[in-house]
Design a protein around this ligand. Structure first.
Ligand SMILES: [Zn+2]
Length: 204
């Protein structure tokens, strides 16, 4: 097996995409990082990705190369190291340097995209809870998930509106608020865990 084949055999497209911060839905769709995607257009199949909007297409190595601006060989090295395929071979300094030189603008864009994607998942969960756990009779004790939906839905919609429609200054403000203290990552972890079906997600 060549290095490329080994990496492709070990690392599924989904694992790699998630390790790069993409939130992949149950329908295998994610927001595309290669264009300004607002509705998930990127299909994450077992062995390839394909964007129905910008037509980005390729395998797991192409994905990492394109996302981080690496050559295919460098991307395979990064994946091998990230997924413990070559535990004795750390990522060469030359690649580390490239990964570091990502500009502030790229970092902001990625954060913005991460916030949008997680908030969007959260919004759908809340809309589901709002219907599913609505009280059936006036004397019913309110389900905590219904309370969270009532409390957080207007907030989530407002934040998403800004991320979709406002200028870069306002988007930046929302992103720094959401990323402060690891808030958005906490929300992401909570959305990923199975127990989110049974318990409220955020403290009220
Ligand atoms: Zn795309």
């Amino acid at each position: 097996m060549t290095r490329f084949e080994t990496v492709k055999a070990h690392v599924s497209m989904r694992k790699a995409a998630e390790s790069c911060g993409l939130s992949v839905g149950r329908n295998s769709m994610a927001l595309c990082p290669f264009h300004n995607d607002r509705h998930p257009s990127l299909l994450i199949a077992d062995d390839h990705f394909h964007c129905f909007a910008c037509e980005a297409h390729g395998d797991v190595i192409d994905f990492v190369a394109r996302l981080y601006g690496l050559s295919l060989t460098e991307a395979a090295q990064k994946l091998a190291s990230d997924f413990g395929i070559d535990p004795d071979k750390p990522i060469p300094v030359s690649i580390r340097r490239k990964l570091k030189i990502r500009t502030e603008a790229q970092r902001l864009r990625e954060n913005e995209w991460l916030c949008f994607s997680i908030l969007n998942d959260y919004l759908w969960l809340l809309r589901d809870w709002e219907k599913r756990y609505a009280p059936q009779a006036p004397e019913d004790v309110l389900d905590e998930r219904f309370v969270e939906a009532c409390h957080r839905l207007p907030w989530a919609e407002y934040q998403l509106d800004i991320l979709m429609q406002s200028d870069s200054y306002e988007r930046g403000e929302v992103v720094s608020e959401l990323t402060a203290g690891g808030f958005i990552r906490k929300l992401q972890t909570c959305l990923r865990e199975e127990r989110y079906h049974e318990q409220p997600c955020l403290d009220q």
